[in-house]
Design a protein around this ligand. Structure first.
Ligand code: FAQ
Length: 328
């Protein structure tokens, strides 16, 4: 169905040594000119491998990301909030569909990606391994996690790989509604009773460190930034994206009268960047490598969903299946 075709067997994917230098130079010139690379175009094996890794992790983050908020659908305060949250969660799963399709153009099948998610081989965003204990936690995700995702995705939508960029454009359009919905939920809590304000303050206290982790390790310890920036897959470094998020959202959080649990957090007027306490990177490593508070539960939910949906997928794959056309 898709153009890419990908077999890494016998191909060295971690270096450019065995790439044809003429093809490589032409590829890099196209990227420098701002052209989009499409699935059937020539690309170095390392570019393909990096894209699969990053898009696949992004897709997994969307379906796993639907889980903490999803648990609040039945408990959302009021019918309108329930409807909006249900639509949002459904959108997140739709984003995963778009992203799995984009990754498939590079030759890895959806079945392989799901298998790697369930076995723990593939990563997904750290932040969804924390529990949403209260409604305010769900509001934090809808407003601030979505905000962080948009900052990242708006930048990367201008990147080099056509199918990923097109998926991101559509995702960002939908995410902007999520952001408005999340902000509205938070303003409601902020303007509410003392208990409602405390609930959101506690959510900030719980989620601030995972939120700082969300943008990835500091640039000086990031493994992939250099190569991804060179080929315009990533359009902003982890520290720059984190900084942009702080620029845009710290004033909004403070304006609502909440406190950010970092006494060092301050905009440095000389550098134009935010100073902050380094979040605990050991905790980050533990969480992304499978040892966070909810990792086991998140993957178990996916595993069961996969098992229960198997008969549907198998039925659809039967060659002789007759579909009934609707008469009206
Ligand atoms: N979580 O060398 P770097 C959303 C891993 S979508 C887990 O800096 P890179 C929507 C990284 O994979 C959220 N792992 O990596 C929503 C690598 O491990 P590996 C997801 C992380 O790729 C909202 C290692 O650390 N967004 O939220 C994380 O250059 C609300 C070294 O790191 C995307 O995926 C992390 N936070 O930069 C849904 C956007 N950070 O593979 C529901 C696309 C790093 O070597 C509700 N991805 N790692 O084993 C990206 O922009 C990049 O991949 C980064 C990481 C910036 C995430």
């Amino acid at each position: 169905m898709y153009g890419g075709g990908n077999t890494f067997e016998g191909i060295k994917t971690d270096s450019l040594e065995q790439e044809d230098p003429i093809l490589l130079a032409a590829f890099e010139a196209r990227i420098a000119r701002g052209e989009k690379i499409e699935p059937s175009d020539w690309m170095p094996a390392l570019y393909r491998k990096q894209l699969i890794r990053m898009i696949e992790q992004h897709a997994h983050s969307e379906i796993i990301g639907a889980l903490p908020e999803g648990t609040w659908i039945t408990r959302a305060p009021g019918f309108k909030r329930k409807m909006a949250l249900m639509a949002k969660v459904q959108d997140e799963v739709g984003h995963a569909q778009l992203l799995y399709s984009a990754a498939e153009t590079l030759g890895k099948t959806r079945e392989e990606m799901i298998a790697d998610l369930i076995s723990g081989k593939s990563k997904y965003s750290n932040i969804f391994n924390y529990p949403a204990f209260t409604w305010a936690d769900a509001c934090f995700i809808s407003w601030l996690v979505d905000a962080g995702a948009i900052v990242n995705q708006l930048a990367n939508a201008k990147g080099s790989y056509g199918p990923y960029c097109r998926a991101l454009e559509r995702i960002c359009a939908e995410e902007s509604f999520h952001l408005k919905y999340g902000h509205h939920c938070v303003i409601y809590l902020a303007a509410g009773t003392r208990i409602q304000r405390e609930m959101f303050q506690e959510a900030i206290n719980r989620w601030w460190t995972p939120m700082m982790h969300f943008f990835g390790p500091a640039d000086k310890i990031s493994t992939h930034t250099q190569v991804l920036m060179k080929w315009k897959v990533k359009m902003s470094t982890n520290d720059d994206t984190r900084n942009q998020f702080l620029d845009m959202y710290v004033p909004k959080i403070l304006e609502l009268g909440f406190i950010i649990p970092d006494s060092k957090l301050k905009k440095n007027e000389d550098t134009g960047r935010w100073d902050y306490t380094e979040p605990d990177w050991e905790e980050f490593k533990r969480v992304i490598n499978g040892d966070g508070p909810c990792n086991h539960e998140r993957l178990e939910v996916r595993r069961i969903a996969e098992e229960r949906g198997r008969w549907v997928r198998e039925a659809l794959k039967q060659p002789g299946t007759q579909y009934i056309k609707p008469l009206a």
